[in-house]
Write a protein that binds this ligand. Structure first.
Ligand code: SF4
Length: 139
């Protein structure tokens, strides 16, 4: 009986030590990702067709955010409306200058309501772009 209890204790302590070790290792190797990648991906069609020259929409979103602009990048499936939304995410200041037609007359500027809803769903208080979140909340 004692042998069983000792074995359980040793295994329990070993599991606890391994869990703590894994936690700290995961924190050390954690990769911080630009939250705009999720926002850009949310406005892409999601066909993952490769028509843009990238393996899928996620790769295209990463390329857009890395480039910081949409120059030389295009999604033939979504076309100009999609690329306009991508531009608004990459350059929020430009989005404030151009109100979408759907919001004309209501005194608000910013994202299309459907896009704003997606951004709200993705945005968390920890996101690193509070101005982008504020724009989504205004609309
Ligand atoms: S062309 Fe558009 S829909 Fe197709 S993979 Fe590229 S970003 Fe996605």
């Amino acid at each position: 009986m004692n042998l069983i209890l000792i074995s359980m204790g040793v295994l329990g302590v070993t599991a606890l030590v391994a869990a703590i070790l894994l936690y700290f290792v995961s924190q050390f190797f954690k990769v911080e990702e630009d939250p705009r990648i999720d926002l850009v991906q949310a406005v892409l069609p999601g066909a993952n067709c490769g028509g843009c020259g990238f393996a899928g929409c996620r790769n295209f979103a990463e390329a857009c955010v890395k480039a910081g602009s949409t120059d030389g990048l295009a999604c033939p499936v979504g076309g100009d409306p999609t690329m306009d939304e991508v531009k608004k995410i990459l350059t929020p200041a430009a989005a404030e200058d151009t109100a979408p037609a759907a919001q004309e007359g209501d005194g608000k500027k910013g994202f299309d309501p459907a896009i704003a809803a997606k951004i709200k769903a993705l945005a968390t208080p920890r996101a690193a772009f509070p101005s982008l979140i504020a724009m989504a909340q205004k609309s």
